[in-house]
Design a protein around this ligand. Structure first.
Ligand SMILES: [Zn+2]
Length: 191
């Protein structure tokens, strides 16, 4: 399955509050079992929905950069559902009145056997497990970042052990790539 998916958009105001969400965004949330994400998110701070100290810090830097320079940034992101690996491109661009528009475009989706890891965020009581917010790889034994399927095998998560608590962080590869985006020189103004 390689058909490109919908482009979903939402906008933030100057204070990072969600100003509007596109119809596609609502449909995307419903299809992905996030039906609690409906029009009621409008008016709420985006920071309520971004987990992990380091991830929040990088988003803050990216937002600041887009506002300061008035030019968009784009980078790859994973947003999996239990049965699908989903590769997205996230673009953050300036919008009117110091706002921002965030747009995600599905680049490709790959079906896989259902991975329970991302369904069990609630009620989890096992060990703490760190997942990269950007590529969704999982930190195994404090040393290797691997795909969820491999983590489940290596950690025997299908065994009797309780499902782990998940905390969000960032893996070294994603950190390097976001840092590189932040360090790119500003484009030359053509005017
Ligand atoms: Zn990563």
């Amino acid at each position: 399955m390689n058909k490109p998916g919908p482009i979903v958009r939402y906008r933030l105001d100057a204070y990072d509050r969600i100003r509007s969400v596109s119809e596609d965004w609502l449909a995307f949330a419903r299809r992905n079992g996030a039906a609690h994400l409906d029009e009621s998110v409008v008016g709420q701070s985006i920071w309520r929905f971004i987990d992990g100290r380091e991830t929040r810090e990088l988003y803050r830097l990216l937002f600041e950069r887009v506002r300061d320079w008035g030019t968009p940034v784009s980078f790859p992101l994973r947003c999996d559902s239990p049965e699908q690996r989903r590769y997205l491109t996230l673009t953050i661009q300036p919008a009117e009145q110091e706002g921002l528009e965030l747009q995600t475009e599905t680049v490709r989706e790959e079906p896989r056997p259902a991975v329970p890891l991302f369904e069990t965020l609630l009620g989890a009581e096992g060990d703490q497990l760190t997942v990269c917010s950007w590529c969704k790889r999982v930190l195994v034994n404090g040393e290797a970042w691997v795909e969820a399927e491999e983590a489940i095998e290596r950690l025997d998560l299908f065994g009797d052990a309780p499902m782990p608590n998940i905390s969000y962080g960032i893996c070294p590869a994603c950190k390097a790539s976001i840092r590189a985006t932040l360090e790119e020189p500003p484009p030359l103004k053509s005017t």
